[in-house]
Design a protein around this ligand. Structure first.
Ligand SMILES: O=C(O)C(=O)C[C@]1(C(=O)O)C=C[C@@H](O)C=C1
Length: 287
């Protein structure tokens, strides 16, 4: 039986595009799940072998539900990462007479898509109510199912091919350089194409009240000339002001440098948890 890969659905999300690219050449059937958390739960409970979820957007930053769930709720290694260009569009139900922007009363989308188009919406639809839903495609589907309502969705071009929708305006994101990084997670390994870039993501917990602890963590990488591409703090959820540090390292796990750096970090009382060591892919076009 074919293994399954879950993605944030319904049909027509950016995550579906990422899932299709990441599963090219693999014998996997792709199944939509209604939320990021349900995707990660399905993989964790082995209902499906793999999952694809968004991790970070170049305009809006980290998708907190993904990162927090991977930190606190499930133990699922990151197997691959894909950066995909994102183009947001304003979509309305297909009608005989096009709906002018001034008639739109309600805009639905995923919070990240709304945030990426914030200036456009503020300038062009100042009176419309903004409502967030679990995905851009869910918003598109809801708008298409209510053609009698003056509603719009923010989402991918692909939605116009999937649902009875039309463009009210194309390319509405506030910055043209808009990318989202998606991660593939799963408990089984997967034979993935070779990539020129590999990464390792770790979670570091600092000891309490230790002056200069973060400085020493960074020093362990600096003097080994190991490049870091992201450092982000997330609340431990145990007390106000307590943080984990999520660190992306620009190389895969090796036998010498990274074990040495981790041992040095642990020696000052920090904990290190690996979230994955994986290939990174960059895709230049989107639908
Ligand atoms: O709603 C979608 O289409 C998604 O795939 C989610 C998501 C996200 O969470 O960032 C993915 C890419 C875009 O940045 C906007 C939304």
């Amino acid at each position: 039986m074919e293994k399954k890969l879950a993605f944030l659905g319904p049909r027509g999300t950016f995550t579906e595009e990422a899932a299709r690219i990441l599963s090219l050449g693999q014998k996997l059937s792709i199944v939509p799940y209604p939320s990021i958390i349900e995707v990660l739960e399905a993989v964790s409970k082995k209902e499906v072998a793999y999952g694809v979820v968004p991790m970070e957007n170049s305009i809006e930053g980290t998708v907190n539900s993904t990162l927090d769930w991977l930190i606190h709720e499930v133990e699922l290694p990151i197997l691959a990462e894909l950066a995909l260009p994102i183009t947001q569009n304003l979509l309305v139900a297909k009608r005989e007479h096009p709906l002018p922007l001034s008639a739109i009363t309600r805009v639905l989308s995923h919070p990240q898509a709304i945030a990426q188009s914030h200036n456009f919406l503020r300038e062009n639809l100042p009176e419309a109510a903004i409502e967030t839903v679990n995905s851009t495609a869910l918003a598109a589907k809801m708008v298409s199912e209510h053609p009698e309502e003056p509603w719009a969705a923010v989402g991918t071009r692909l939605n116009v091919e999937i649902y009875p929708l039309a463009f009210a305006r194309e390319q509405i994101q506030d910055y043209s350089n808009n990318y989202t990084r998606f991660v593939l997670v799963g408990q089984d390994s997967l034979d993935l194409p070779v990539s020129r870039k590999e990464k390792t993501t770790i979670l570091v917990t600092l000891p309490e009240d230790f002056p200069g602890a973060l400085y020493q963590v960074l020093a362990a990488f600096a003097w080994r000339k190991v490049n870091l591409s992201r450092i982000e703090s997330r609340p431990t959820k145990k007390a106000l002001g307590n943080y984990y540090f999520v660190i992306d390292i620009d190389q895969k796990m090796d036998d010498v440098l990274l074990p040495g750096a981790f041992a040095e970090i642990e020696a000052i009382g920090c904990q290190v948890r690996q979230l994955g060591t994986y290939p990174f892919y960059m895709h230049q076009t989107n639908s």
